[in-house]
Write a protein that binds this ligand. Structure first.
Ligand code: ZN
Length: 447
């Protein structure tokens, strides 16, 4: 390796100038870009212009960072209404790639991209790859779905940073495992559940990935995972596990990811502006407090994605990070604002229950929360699928239910009734009827 290449490999940041930009300068850059992107959207998208007019705001009104809040919030329904191109802010002659969200609840949302958008997408993902410690010479296997989903952004980012990619996709797990072992793959990106699945399937063939492969880094996203999952992923795959966040509406990966400090995910804030608001009042919450994330693309040339309500519950902090990056950090996604249940005035997120359940070896991946009004009081019942329930004595079942109830009480302050079920006995989808939420831990958030 030449001396200059070795020096390039040693640099701690992929783009130091932007990643460590002084916070005041970063905020100033955000305001400048916000004004530009709002003016562009207002001029080029009739649908966006209508939203602004309904909110009685025009681009010229955006003079200070606080003026951001005068702009209308963009709801998922507005994207559906604008289908397929109402929020597009450029001509088709500038578009070079189109992706689409899965459209499980209605029409899919097409995501348009210009050459400039593609370059920015690769740049943001390249920073992430560098941040988690990948360098030229590493080999990344991308085990996310290819095609319409946006996970190919991870590949573009790795390649932009000079890192080799195996575009493996998902399915044909025997082949995927062979590739990891035989090619000397050092990093994998996938969902946490699929990562664990691959490790299990490898073990069935006598392949212990931590021992038999060169894997050392794992990037996990597309579904929320609790902190307690980190060790499990590390042990199963032999990797240092990093959390990554992306939404299909913003081209998926490359929005936020963990640095080696692993206390939140840095948002690439020269490209994306994130707010954290109270989902009821829509007012900003304090630094580090729980709220819903609202996202704005500051550099999109192709779509008016301004103040989009993600429904993701997290937190946001501008506290300095020991890694030296100045970009603010979001916390883990701990729920969806439309999944939250109010129980006697307490807001409870399914993810809080999930955090408790995943600590039980007996837990078999699916649970339901049911809230009923009994004697004018909300009563929470947690229905839990349990591995090998038939093999448990009545006494063992009671003990298990009691331990789960105690865990839930500690986590959310409500003592639930706990009912145990066989695996696959509970419905697989959120019912949407009444105050019930059903959750399957390994099948949550397609992007
Ligand atoms: Zn950091």
């Amino acid at each position: 390796m030449s001396a200059s290449r070795a020096a390039a490999q040693d640099r701690p940041y992929f783009d130091a100038a932007h990643e460590t930009l002084e916070p005041g300068a970063l905020r100033a850059l955000q305001l400048e870009r916000l004004r530009r992107v709002v003016a562009r959207a207002y001029e080029r998208s009739a649908a966006y212009r209508d939203l602004c007019r309904a909110a009685d705001v025009a681009p010229g009104d955006i003079a200070t960072p606080d003026d951001l809040r005068r702009l209308p919030l963009l709801e998922k329904a507005a994207l559906r209404d604008a289908y397929p191109a109402g929020l597009r802010t450029c001509g088709l002659d500038e578009i070079i790639e189109v992706h689409s969200t899965s459209g499980t609840t209605g029409k899919p949302t097409p995501i348009w991209a210009t050459r400039g958008d593609m370059d920015a997408w690769a740049e943001r993902n390249a920073r992430t790859m560098w941040m988690v410690g990948l360098r030229p010479g590493d080999l990344l296997q991308n085990c996310f779905g290819y095609g319409l989903p946006t996970s190919i952004g991870l590949q573009y980012g790795a390649q932009h940073a000079g890192i080799g990619v195996v575009p493996a996709g998902i399915g044909r797990h025997e082949l995927l495992i062979d590739l990891i072992v035989d090619l000397g793959v050092t990093a994998v990106c996938t969902t946490p559940s699929y990562g664990l699945f691959l490790a299990d399937k490898a073990l069935e063939r006598g392949i212990d990935l931590p021992r038999d492969s060169r894997l050392r880094v794992g990037i996990f996203g597309a579904e929320p995972w609790p902190e307690s999952g980190r060790e499990r992923l590390a042990a199963a795959l032999g990797v240092d596990a990093f959390n990554e966040y992306g939404m299909g509406e913003f081209l998926g990966p490359g929005m936020a990811a963990e640095c080696p400090v692993k206390r939140g995910m840095h948002v690439w804030s020269d490209h994306l502006l994130v707010e954290c608001v109270d989902p009821e009042t829509l007012e900003p919450v304090g630094d580090g407090e729980r709220g819903e994330l609202v996202w704005t693309s500051l550099t999109s040339e192709s779509m008016a994605m301004i103040r989009y309500r993600s429904r993701d519950i997290s937190s946001l902090t501008w506290e300095p990070c020991p890694c030296g990056r100045t970009h603010p950090r979001i916390g883990r996604i701990t729920g969806r604002s439309d999944d939250a249940l109010s129980i006697g005035g307490l807001i409870v997120f399914p993810s809080q229950i999930e955090e408790v359940l995943v600590r039980f070896d007996e837990f078999a991946n699916n649970f339901c929360m049911v809230v009923e009004l009994v004697d004018n009081l909300d009563r929470l019942t947690v229905q839990v699928e349990v591995r090998d329930l038939a093999g448990l004595t009545e006494e063992a079942r009671e003990t298990l239910a009691g331990r789960i109830a105690a865990g839930v009480k500690t986590a959310v302050g409500v003592t639930p009734r706990v009912e145990l079920f066989d695996p696959f006995a509970l419905p697989r989808m959120t019912s949407g009827q009444g105050k019930t939420a059903c959750h399957r831990v390994d099948d949550r958030r397609p992007r």
